[in-house]
Design a protein around this ligand. Structure first.
Ligand code: ARG
Length: 569
């Protein structure tokens, strides 16, 4: 809200002064450091110099422009101190503006139209077939889904892509292992574990039987060429793996528009290899084909000596396919820090090919999940299964409910909403590129910087409003809202859209997460100091309108982050 006043003020002053003095005048509008200097201040020296008037004359000129501008009613008082004009905003009118903007389109409060007509592709989750869904893939899933929601809130068309790791030489190995020592029943019963076992077994045996490696390579080559026997097996492995991942997606309530993984690009790579060759970018190196990327980066390996393609070759094909199919204005890859080099190489190759959209795609990187300071992937030597972690969070949430509210109905359903949201929020409150500690006990607590704390705040407001059978009708005492304790909240509520914009632009859901924590804290502090159910009905209803606004933002923000909102807990 203050931001849009600042923008309008700057534009209004610049237009008026430029016209009056017949030359372009630029004006700085800022928020002063000290509260006694008002809400907005304008440094006058530079303007005085530009329009060639004394300081006092300039102040008068600027004040005159402000008084006749459409913003005059927003301003309660104007003062001057040491080369600055200080504006004190009319808080009641600003409060009115915030409530009106909210009531205007409640559901879309905070939405913007920066993305209208634009498409963004988001490549996230992207687990590797025949392998367990890892904690790293969970991070990608949570962060990617939230970024998708942020973009949608800004009006973009979002294409959510699960770039499954469903291709590569390892499939030659798994098929070999399955055909030599696999068992259909076992794979059907516990697909991922069984496929992992086969893969591990292959690696054990190949140590003493090196010819197995050649066999596996031959199988993969034939799979690439469409050998129906291998394609059938591959399809089956892919299906059973995906069915397993779907359980996680359902729990997280995450959806995709496309599951086109690496295999989808099998027949789309040759034209790119040809194009690279035609552009003179392909170089032979010990039988393999590479693109030299100069001093700064190691060369990109495009094709192995046996003719098979690589991860980066498929990413090139995927990028061109997405550009042609979706005409994206941005394409984001939500992938861990460890693939930094890969995406730098991808960018460098695209640049060398002469495509100007190399800066339209971006590696949205993220850090590791740690436990006791170490990478969380194994626990007591066993691989941590994601679904177990999620279930553990749900169980812990159930325990909390049993302690706090044993009478609650639908305990299991609510425990699931709390537990899963707790994991999501705990991830998103951290800046994504940083590593963070995974402490399940901590993240399911109802107090502190947790997901349940946000859910609990929303539930608390719901019960206050329900007790009074509150109906939003816009009958608000805006003068009351001008008092600091309320106005701090109004100001924050007015910053919702700005926060969304920034979080979207920086692909940083943590900005929204922190904003929501702050809003919840403001409510809880207000609730500690102010009685809501006062006997003066106008005051009571006004306060309830404010609570309604807070809850609406909290719930919408949680939805964007991928969390669930709750009525009772
Ligand atoms: N499957 C890959 C992995 O688990 C991630 C894929 C990311 N997306 C991409 N287009 N490269 O490491």
């Amino acid at each position: 809200m203050i931001d849009s006043i600042k923008t309008n003020l700057k534009a209004g002053l610049e237009t008026a002064l430029s016209a009056q003095f017949n030359k372009p005048i630029s004006v700085i509008v800022e928020e002063p450091k000290r509260p006694n200097q008002g809400d907005i201040s304008i440094p006058v020296f530079a303007i005085a110099k530009a329009i060639d008037l004394s300081l006092p004359e300039t102040v008068v000129t600027i004040k005159d422009v402000i008084k006749t501008s459409g913003l005059a009613e927003m301003i309660a008082d104007i003062s001057t101190t040491g080369g600055f004009i200080n504006l004190f905003l009319n808080k009641a009118i600003i409060a009115k503006g915030v409530f009106e903007a909210f009531a205007d389109d409640e559901e879309n409060y905070g939405s913007t139209n920066t993305g209208t007509g634009k498409t963004v592709c988001i490549d996230y989750s992207s687990p590797n077939i025949a392998k367990p869904f890892s904690i790293g893939h969970l991070r990608s899933t949570i962060i990617g889904a939230a970024i998708g929601n942020l973009y949608e809130k800004c009006g973009f068309t979002v294409v959510r892509i699960n770039h499954l790791g469903d291709f590569g030489t390892q499939f030659g190995k798994i098929i070999y292992a399955y055909q030599h020592f696999g068992n259909e029943e076992l794979v059907k019963k516990d697909p991922i574990n069984e496929l992992v076992k086969l893969y591990v077994e292959f690696h054990e045996l190949v140590k003493t039987n090196p010819e197995m490696d050649n066999e596996a390579r031959r199988i993969f080559k034939e799979l690439e060429q469409g050998n129906p026997e291998y394609v059938t097996l591959w399809n089956w492995f892919r299906e059973v793996s995906l069915a397993d991942y779907m359980k996680v997606y359902e729990l997280l309530n995450v959806k995709f528009d496309s599951y086109n993984g690496e295999a989808f690009y099998n027949d789309k790579m040759q034209p790119i290899i040809d194009e690279l060759a035609a552009k003179g970018l392909l170089k032979e190196d010990q039988g393999a084909m590479i693109v030299d990327l100069g001093e700064q980066l190691p060369p990109a390996l495009i094709q192995k000596s046996d003719g098979s393609t690589l991860y980066i070759t498929r990413d090139l094909a995927a990028l061109f396919y997405r550009k042609q199919t979706y005409h994206f204005s941005r394409c984001l890859y939500v992938v861990g820090n460890e693939q930094k080099l890969h995406f730098e190489q991808l960018k460098a190759v695209v640049k060398k090919m002469g495509y100007n959209y190399y800066d339209e795609f971006e590696h949205v990187n993220f850090g590791l999940v740690l436990q006791d300071g170490k990478k969380m992937s194994t626990r007591k030597g066993k691989v941590v299964k994601l679904i177990d972690v999620l279930n553990e969070a749900i169980d812990l949430s159930k325990q909390h409910i049993e302690e706090k509210n044993p009478e609650l109905k639908n305990k299991d359903e609510i425990a699931q909403k709390i537990g899963v949201s707790a994991i999501i929020f705990n991830d998103l409150k951290n800046y994504r590129a940083n590593d963070f500690e995974f402490d399940l006990e901590d993240m399911v607590k109802f107090e502190g910087q947790t997901g349940p704390y946000l859910q609990y705040t929303s539930v608390r407001i719901t019960s206050i409003l329900a007790a009074d059978q509150f109906q939003y009708d816009g009958d608000i005492d805006f003068e009351l809202m001008a008092h600091d304790i309320f106005f701090d909240i109004i100001k924050t509520a007015g910053d919702y859209a700005k926060t969304i914009e920034k979080a979207t632009k920086e692909a940083s859901p943590s900005l929204l997460a922190k904003y929501l924590l702050n809003l919840a804290a403001l409510f809880n502090s207000l609730y500690g100091k102010e009685r809501i159910a006062v006997s003066d009905m106008r005051e009571r209803k006004t306060k309830e309108h404010l609570l309604y606004l807070i809850r609406s933002i909290l719930n919408d923000g949680m939805r964007i982050l991928g969390m669930q909102t709750i009525e009772k807990m």
